[in-house]
Ligand binder design. Sequence first.
Ligand SMILES: [Zn+2]
Length: 217
Amino acid sequence: MLSASQLGIGFQTAEEECEIQQLQEIMSIEDLKQYDTNSFWGNIIPDLKHVHNRVIIFCPFVRKQRIDQLLPLFKKITESGNQVIIYTRPVSEHQDSYQTTARSLIDSLRKEGAVVRIRKNMHEKVILIDDTIVWQGSLNLLSHRNTKEQMQRIVSKSVQKEVEELLDLNQYKKITAANDPTMQCDLCKGLLVKRSGPNGEFYGCSSFPDCGFKKAL
Ligand SMILES: [Zn+2]
């Protein structure tokens, strides 16, 4: 029977070790660790508690259980003047039976001050913390239930910058919630937000492009 070292399990040749080190130096990686589902949750929460500027989350779907858990944390971040920016799929890409819930979850995130940007067909699972930490892998932060996933945590300004560029973060117009939070979309009861178009500012449904409701300011 072959031993672990003969199979190459858990060992790197001196040459491979050198290559990994060179790669880390080129990418200026300070730290790189791999997590499974269990160890992920124990490590992402402290990271979210120590946001100093902003957290950017890419997660295709939302689920009530996770949002309930994370919303108080997001609220703390926005209350201390930092940003929570979430990219997620339109409500129409959730299961039919979950769309009403998904819409109200997205609204509740916005009500707590998070910026939610809708992106069709997105599938990335990425969390960017301040300008240095990149979490990426297979776990949906805002909807994970009990599946087995892997996430990698990289501490590196240059990797962070590269990932940000790949995610094309600057294609959005600024939207802000309507001054009166009791204002609702006439069609879907969603949150109304201030948007700007070629003819100036107006109120629009926060579930755009799923809902196209508009109202003059
Ligand atoms: Zn609407």
